[in-house]
Write a protein that binds this ligand. Structure first.
Ligand code: ADP
Length: 632
C-alpha cells in the first residue's frame, strides 16, 4: 500500500466515523429504507421519536401499514419521490409504537443501485409536533412580549444615540400627551423632550460610561408644553460588533411620588410648626441622650439655640448632675405615671447662662413597631414666674399679718397718746403758770424753761403719733400745691439752714388745683423733707420743683444725700422699714406718704443713686370740677 493510499484510507475511516457520529447525533430522525417498505437502518433519534426500544422490531415493521396512519400517504410519497428523485418537507402522520399519532416532516431522496435502479429511499424525519410546539411557544412569547410592552404601566422606549425614538409604548405616549406614535417618533429627544437639554447629555455620558443608568431623575416636556418629573432607567443597545447604536429602557412618571413627597413634607412641616409653636419647651432625644428636637420655647427658656444642640449636644448638659439618667430610670419604672411615662415631675434645668430654671417635666418614651425603645420626648413647663408669684404672695401674706399687728399696735399707740395728751397739757399749763411766778434771773427759772420746752417736744411727738395711727379725716378741698410747699419750706428754712442745707425751689406758675386734704399733703411733704434732711448729715441741697399738664401736677423733691442702695429701693415704702436708729426713725414716714398719695388718686416714685442723692416724684390729678369756694 502506498503512502497516499494509507492516508486516504485513514481519511475514509475518519470520515466514516464522522458520519456515524453525525448520524446518531444529528438531532433529527435519519433512516434508509427499501422501496417496498422496510427500514434498512435508522438512528436512535428516530427510534425514540416513534417510541421503539428494540431496533430489530423497528427494522422488521411494514412501513406502509405499521408506520403510516393512512397507508395511501406512503403511496403518495413513493409517487412523488420516484417522479422527482426527492421529496422535501412532506407532512404526514405516523403511528408511534403505542399507536398514538405523530405528525412528522419527511425529507428524502432515492438511492440507486449500481445499475441505476431505484433501490430504496433515505432521508430525515423531523418531529413536526415539536416544531409546532416551538412555533406556538415563540408566538406566545412574542404576544406576551407585545402585551407587556403595550400594557406595562410605565413608559418603554427604544431610541437612537442621536436622539430619535425608534419605538415607544402606549403608556409613554399617554404620559407625554402624544396621540399619535408617528408624531412621537419624529421628535428630537434632546430639544423637544428634555426641559433641560443638558440632562440628556449627562444621561448619555452616564449610560455610555456604565452601559446602564438606574433611576435618573429628569424633567420632560409634554406635547402641550407642561412639564412632568420622570425617573429614567435604561441600558445601551449594541450591534454585532459591540458598537452602541442606541438606548432602551423605561420612564416612570414621578408626578404621584412627587405629590406624595410634597404632601409628606407638608405634613411634616405642619407637625413641626405645632412643635415649634408650643408655648412649652419640647425636647426629643435619642436613647444615648443626643438631642433631636429642640423647639423655640426650649431655645427661649434654656438659652441654647436649636442649631447649637441638635445632633451636637447631650441632654445631660441641661440637667443637674446625674438627673438625665434618673429621668430615664423613672420613665422605665411604672411608678411615675406608668411605664414609658413621666407626669408633671418637679424638675430644674440649668440654662446656658448658668441660671436655674424651675418647673415640671412630662415625658414619654417612643417605641418602634416591635416595641423597642427608640427615643424619648419631653415637655417642660417653666414655673419660674408662677413660683415667683407664689413667693410674692406669701411675702404679701406675711406683710399683711405684720400690718395687722402694726395696726393693732397703732391703735394702742393712739390710745396711749390720747391718754397722755390731757395730763401733758395739765403739766404744760402748770409750768406756764409757774413761769409767771419765778423771776427771769432765777436759777430755777432756767430749769423750768427746760422742763417746759421738753413738754412741748413731748406734745409734738404725741401729735405725730396720733396722726400716723389715726389720719385726720379732714374734708377734701381744692388746694394750690405751691402755697402748701411755700408754707412748709418757710417753716423749715431755719432748721435746714442750721443743717447746712440749701433750699432751691422752682415752683411753676398757673398750675391747676388738686382736690385734697391739706393736712395730709403737709404731712407728706414734711416727711419727705425730714428724710432729705436725714440723708444729708453734712449738708447739701434740697430741690423742690413743681410742674404740670392740664391733667396732672408733678412735684419733685430731690436731695444730694447718701442715696438708697438698690436692695432697699423695693422696701422703703413698707411700714416699719427703716435704716435709722430707734430715736430718729420708726419707718412709718414713707408708708404714710404712699397711703395718702394713693388715696388722692396719685402716685409716688423714687429714683436714687448711692452717694449722689434721691428724688421722690409725686403725681396728683388736677381737679377738673369748678371750685365750690376759694378757701386758701
Ligand atoms: P424713717 O425715716 O422713719 O426711717 P421712712 O419710711 O420715712 O422711715 O423711710 C424709710 C427709709 O427709707 C429710711 O430709713 C431710709 O433708709 C430711706 N430713705 C427715705 N428717704 C430717703 C432719702 N431722701 N435719702 C436716703 N434714704 C432715704
Amino acid at each position: 500500500m502506498t503512502k497516499s493510499n494509507a492516508s486516504s484510507e485513514q481519511l475514509f475511516k475518519s470520515t466514516d466515523e464522522d458520519y456515524k457520529s453525525l448520524f446518531e447525533h444529528v438531532g433529527c430522525g435519519v433512516y434508509i429504507s427499501t422501496k417496498e417498505g422496510k427500514f434498512l437502518t435508522a438512528n436512535q433519534v428516530l427510534l425514540d421519536m416513534l417510541g421503539y426500544k428494540s431496533r430489530s422490531e423497528f427494522l422488521s415493521m411494514d412501513i406502509t401499514n405499521d408506520l403510516y396512519v393512512r397507508p395511501e400517504d406512503r403511496r403518495k410519497f413513493r409517487k412523488m419521490i420516484e417522479r422527482d428523485g426527492r421529496v422535501i418537507d412532506y407532512e404526514v402522520e405516523f403511528k408511534r409504537k403505542v399507536g398514538s399519532p405523530i405528525t412528522v416532516l419527511l425529507t428524502s431522496h432515492v438511492r440507486y443501485d449500481s445499475r441505476g435502479e431505484i433501490q430504496g429511499y433515505e432521508g430525515i424525519v423531523l418531529d413536526q409536533s415539536q416544531r409546532i410546539q416551538m412555533e406556538e411557544k415563540l408566538q406566545i412569547f412574542q404576544e406576551d412580549f407585545k402585551r407587556l410592552f403595550e400594557n406595562i404601566p410605565v413608559g418603554v422606549f427604544v431610541s437612537t444615540t442621536e436622539g430619535k425614538f425608534l419605538n415607544a409604548n402606549q403608556a409613554l405616549l399617554d404620559m407625554l400627551g402624544y396621540g399619535e406614535k408617528e408624531d412621537f417618533l419624529k421628535i428630537d429627544i434632546t430639544k423637544d423632550l428634555y426641559v433641560n437639554p443638558k440632562d440628556r447629555h449627562r444621561f448619555r455620558e452616564l449610560i455610555e460610561g456604565e452601559g446602564r443608568v438606574v433611576d435618573f431623575e429628569v424633567e420632560f416636556k409634554r406635547k402641550d408644553g407642561s412639564t412632568i418629573p420622570i425617573l429614567l432607567t435604561g441600558h445601551v443597545r449594541r450591534d454585532r460588533n459591540g458598537k452602541v447604536i442606541g438606548y432602551e429602557g423605561i420612564n416612570v412618571d414621578l408626578t404621584r411620588r412627587k405629590r406624595m413627597e410634597r404632601e409628606l413634607q407638608e405634613a411634616y412641616d405642619f407637625m413641626n410648626k405645632i412643635i415649634q409653636s408650643s408655648p412649652n419647651p419640647i425636647m426629643a432625644t435619642e436613647l444615648n441622650g443626643n438631642i433631636m428636637i429642640w423647639n423655640r420655647a426650649a431655645e427661649e427658656t434654656l438659652g441654647y439655640t436649636a442649631a447649637e444642640v441638635i445632633g451636637k449636644m447631650g441632654i445631660d448638659k441641661i440637667y443637674p448632675e446625674g438627673m438625665a439618667r434618673k429621668v430615664m430610670q423613672m420613665m422605665r419604672s411604672s411608678e411615675y405615671g406608668g411605664v414609658g411615662r413621666l407626669n408633671s415631675f418637679p424638675m430644674v434645668y440649668v440654662r446656658r447662662d448658668g441660671e436655674v430654671v424651675e418647673g415640671t417635666l412630662s415625658a414619654r418614651m417612643l417605641y418602634d413597631s416591635k416595641g423597642n425603645e427608640i427615643a424619648s420626648v419631653g415637655s417642660f413647663v417653666d414655673l419660674r414666674e408662677r413660683l415667683e408669684m407664689e413667693r410674692a404672695l406669701r411675702r404679701t401674706q406675711e406683710q399683711l399679718l405684720q400690718s395687722e399687728k402694726l395696726a393693732a399696735m397703732g391703735r394702742l399707740t393712739s390710745q396711749i397718746a390720747h391718754e397722755l395728751n390731757n395730763p401733758l397739757y395739765g403739766i404744760m399749763n402748770t409750768l406756764e403758770l409757774l413761769k409767771t411766778e419765778i423771776p427771769l434771773q432765777s436759777k430755777r427759772r432756767k430749769i423750768l424753761e427746760m422742763a417746759h420746752s421738753e413738754t412741748i417736744r413731748l406734745s409734738d411727738m404725741l401729735r405725730k403719733m396720733l396722726s400716723f395711727s389715726k389720719p385726720d379725716q379732714e374734708a377734701r378741698q381744692p388746694v394750690d400745691i405751691n402755697s402748701v410747699l411755700d408754707e412748709i419750706l418757710l417753716l423749715h428754712e431755719k432748721q435746714l439752714r442750721e443743717n447746712d442745707i440749701k433750699i432751691s425751689a422752682v415752683l411753676a406758675e398757673g398750675l391747676g388745683r388738686i382736690l385734697a386734704s391739706k393736712n395730709q399733703l403737709r404731712q407728706v411733704f414734711l416727711n419727705l423733707i425730714a428724710n432729705a434732711r436725714d440723708a444729708m448729715p453734712k449738708g447739701g441741697t434740697l430741690t423742690v420743683t413743681t410742674s404740670g399738664t392740664p391733667d396732672e401736677i408733678l412735684i419733685e423733691i430731690s436731695d444730694t444725700g447718701i442715696g438708697i442702695p438698690e436692695e432697699n429701693i423695693g422696701k422703703i415704702f413698707d411700714s416699719f422699714f427703716t435704716t435709722k436708729d430707734e430715736i430718729k426713725g420708726v419707718g412709718l414716714g414713707l408708708s404714710v406718704c404712699y397711703g395718702f398719695i394713693k388715696d388722692h388718686g396719685g402716685d409716688i416714685m423714687v429714683d436714687s443713686r448711692v452717694n449722689l442723692g434721691t428724688t421722690f416724684t409725686i403725681t396728683l390729678p388736677v381737679n377738673k370740677k369748678p371750685d365750690p369756694q376759694t378757701t386758701n
